[in-house]
Every structure is written in C-alpha cells, then in structure tokens.
Design a protein around this ligand. Structure first.
Ligand code: ADP
Length: 484
C-alpha cells in the first residue's frame, strides 16, 4: 500500500509535542511491515537549520486563494530511508516558531495551514504521486479531506485516495473567524453546521472530522471520552455522529530513540535485567540539578508542556502537601505564563529538594527520565501521553490521573497486582493526587516490591509494532470506505 503521512511537526525535524514523536516513528514502523510510506511537512526555519541533506526538487506548486497566487517549492529529505517532502514557502514557514511566538498564535495561521493543505494536494500532481491513503494529523491538515470531497471531488487524480484523520488532541481545533473561508478560497457553503461551522467560527478540525473517510484518536479511552459532553470540547455531537467511523489506536514510542540501554546522553546505561546503572543516573541528576545526593530519597519528576491540560493546577493545589513528603521534586517544562510564574516563584525556596527547569530540553528530559523514581502526570485529559510510556521504559514509575491514554497504559496495584506498573487517581483534586503519591511512596519503601515493579515496567513492549499493525488495518478499512 502507498501511504502519505502529512503532519505539521515530525521528529527529528520539528517538535512541540507528542504529534511529532508519532509522525516521526509510525512511518518507519509501517514501512517495516512492507508498505511504501512517505511524509510531507512544512519547511520551517528550524528544519532548514537542522536538516542538512535536503535536495530541492525541480518542482514548484502554485496555490490560488482569494485571487492571490502563492507558490512554494518542494524539497526532499529522508527519515530513516523514507522520502520526506518539505513544503517551502518562506512567507509562511520561515519563522522562529511553528505556530506562534511569545505573543501567541500567528495571526495568519488559517492561511499558513490552508496553504499547507492546498499545496500538499497540488504537490501530489506535480510529483505524479498517487498514494492510496492520506494519513492526516490534527487541525493543521483538516482542510485536506474538505478539499478532496468538495472542490476536488470530480478530479479523477484524487478520486480513489482514502483519508484517515488522526486527532492527537481535540483541545486544538483550528478555529478562525468565518471570513477565513473567503481568504482560503473555500466555498461559502462550508459555513454550515454540517461542514466547518462551529459556534459562529470555522474549524479546520471539524472539517476534517466531517469529511475524512475515517477518524482516529490516540487511545481507546480517549476515543470514548471525546464522545461525551464532559470531554468533547464541544465536538462530542459531531464525533457521535461519526461513531461508526471513529476508533482509537494507542501510540507506541520509538524504542530505539528512547532506550536506557543505549541512550547516548546518559552517564550510565541500564536494562530491565541489569538496572544498576539507574542509580548512577540518579546520582548524576541530583548532582547536576543541585539536589542533595541521597540514593534513598525518591525523586518525583515531571517533563511537560506547562499547560492547564496537564493538571498543573492540581500540582499547585497539592504543592505544600507534596513538600511535606519525604521526596525531591524535579520539573522540566515550558508554556503558559501563569504556571511558569508559579514555578519561578518556587525556585531557590527549597534548596537541595526542588529543581525547576523552565525551557524545552531533550537531553535534560532524558537525564530526568533516567534518574528519577516517580513520574507525575496529573492531566485533566490526555489523548495518549508519551511521557508515561517513556518513563516506564526508563524504569520510572508513573503516578497519573486515570484519563485517556493514561488509563489505558498505567495499571494500579489496586486494580491488578499482576500488571501493576504505576499509581492512578481519579478525582481531579490535589488530595487525590497526594493519596496516589502516598501509595507510590509506600511502595518505594518496600525495596523488593519496588524493584519488581520497575523490572515489569521496563520489560513491557511499548514499540510501534503492535500499533503499526492496527494502523495498517485501519488504512485498509479507509480504502474500503472510500472505494466500496
Ligand atoms: P503532549 O503532546 O500533549 O505535549 P505527550 O506526553 O504526548 O504530551 O508528549 C510530550 C513529549 O514532549 C514527550 O516526548 C516529552 O518528553 C516531551 N516534552 C514535553 N515538554 C518537554 C520539555 N520541556 N523539554 C523536553 N521535552 C519535553
């Protein structure tokens, strides 16, 4: 099967969150099953800086929107031997950020990602490349199914192409004022509740949900949750309408990129069968972050976007209680100002016990995953979550709110002792967080039980193999939906 994955961020070229990890590792896992996979993404400034082996293709795409013609060039690079097409349009993508800057989202994001969608489809013709499945991701690619099923519906070049839209986070809906429709050269009739209209605005994501052949999300629990008013972000109705074409596939992680046995930034390597090196990582982390060097005090860590979604308000509510416990706390994160301010305020106030690192730092995140004992994810909602999967692989036991992908991947001893690999709480409160943390700390105190849990966590299979097979089935299904 020929599959093109289109995403607005792909590891190792550009990343702000989990979408990039998925887009960077699923293609290879699907290709390993014997299929032809290619990837398409924007050529951001950071890609130009990082990716040194890009070849310009003798191919230019022109896109007309509202009487203006925008042109882009196509460059080719590779991802583990698979072709990657980069859309180069400096006016849209040669910027410091992917989606915005310190003042917020870029004002022309509708045009930027409208261009991405139109240019991606135009590029297929220019390259004379007809994938059987277009695997689209999040709102940035949501216009592709809209275009295919409206203005391009009669074009034989595209007719057989099936679409799967994967929602990595329903909280980001690509909402714009209705005037964006005209700017994007789209049919005004799309401003309808049966198409892209959403409470007086237009939504790229809704367009994708309505027009894609199949829609998926990144865990089964999240797939159920988003069909309820409590977690549907206002999209539950439209998702229920598409329930027959909606499914959940849990993410894997790239176990070669996330491997405590080989991770090149770590001072010591370790495995499930020989976990001793984890202690050296803990020592190095404590030393590096100015924490008291003590192998017996548990380190509780977070590596996260500082967004309310991630339950930082619960952590803040539990903060003084948390500091009453015998533990050290490490946070690496960047994001919303309100949370940055809270943690900036805590810096230096608990010397030797608390380390706050604001910023995005892949190498430091690896030191933290390897050197900590407990990994906290008190998310209000979590489509899949990669942090807990990476933590498990690095033998760091997750303490999580039981929601979305966290519910599917973290198993509490209270539910099933045989499978237990972490600690869960349900109520979105600081007290519930502390109660789960206390159970985790008690478990940490029982050395042999703790070792057993760590070994179990590290021995689990989080690779993409299983999920890549599921995606293949779903690609086949999408082709059946499209072509009967
Ligand atoms: P989301 O995509 O909602 O941010 P996920 O848990 O799915 O959450 O994925 C987050 C990914 O980003 C993980 O790989 C995590 O290690 C990484 N990450 C998040 N914040 C930072 C940070 N400040 N520095 C380095 N890596 C980070």
């Amino acid at each position: 099967m020929k599959i093109l994955l289109v995403a607005s961020e792909v590891v190792p070229f550009a990343k702000t969150g989990g979408l990039a990890d998925v887009a960077g590792s699923l293609p290879h896992a699907v290709a390993e099953l014997g299929h032809e996979v290619r990837v398409l993404m924007p050529l951001y400034r950071i890609v130009r800086q990082r990716a040194t082996h890009l070849q310009p293709l003798a191919a230019e795409v022109s896109v007309a929107m509202a009487g203006r013609v925008y042109t882009g060039r196509i460059w080719q690079g590779e991802l583990e031997g698979l072709p990657v097409y980069f859309l180069d349009a400096p006016e849209f993508f040669d910027r410091h950020g992917l989606y915005g800057n310190e003042h917020g989202d870029y004002a022309d994001n509708a045009l930027r990602f409208g261009f991405l969608c139109r240019a991606a489809l135009a590029a297929l013709k220019v390259l004379d490349y007809q994938p059987e499945v277009l695997h689209l991701n999040d709102w940035q690619t949501g216009l592709i199914p809209v275009l295919l099923r409206t203005e391009l519906a009669e074009d034989p070049f595209y007719r057989g192409m099936a679409t799967l839209l994967t929602i990595h986070n329903l909280g980001y809906q690509g909402l714009f004022p209705p005037a964006a429709l005209a700017e994007l050269g789209l049919d005004p009739a799309l401003f309808s509740m049966h198409a892209m209209e959403y409470y007086g605005k237009i939504s790229f994501l809704k367009g994708g949900i309505v027009f894609a052949d199949l829609v998926s999300t990144v865990s089964e629990t999240y797939c159920q949750e988003i069909q309820t008013p409590a977690h549907g972000h206002g999209f539950d109705g439209i998702l229920r309408q598409r329930a027959g074409h909606l499914l959940g596939i849990v993410n894997g992680i790239d176990t070669r990129l996330w491997d405590p046995g080989h991770d090149s930034v770590l001072p010591a390597h370790y495995t499930a069968t020989d976990p001793t090196g984890k202690g050296s990582n803990k020592r190095a982390l404590q030393r590096g972050l100015g924490l008291t060097c003590d192998p017996d005090v548990p380190i509780l860590a977070m590596v996260t976007r500082l967004a309310t979604q991630k339950g930082l308000d619960l952590l803040e509510a539990a903060w003084s209680g948390l500091l009453d416990r015998h533990l050290q706390f490490v946070l690496l994160g960047s994001g919303e100002k309100i949370h940055e301010e809270f943690f900036t305020g805590q810096r230096g106030r608990h010397p030797g016990r608390v380390a706050i690192c604001l910023g995005f730092d892949d190498a430091l995140s690896r030191h933290i995953y390897a050197g900590s004992d407990l990994f906290l994810m008190p998310s209000h909602y979590e489509p899949c979550g990669l942090g807990q999967l990476i933590a498990l692989r690095y033998g760091t036991i997750p303490v999580v709110r039981r929601t979305g992908g966290l519910a599917d991947t973290v198993h509490d001893p209270l539910d099933n002792g045989e499978q237990a690999n972490g600690f869960c709480f349900r109520e979105p409160t600081g007290q519930a967080l502390l109660a789960a943390l206390d159970r985790a700390l008690a478990h940490f105190g029982d050395t042999s039980a703790w070792r057993q849990m760590v070994r179990r966590a590290m021995s689990q299979d989080f690779s993409w193999r299983q999920s890549a097979r599921r995606y293949l089935e779903v690609y086949q299904l999408a082709r059946q939906v499209r072509n009967g």
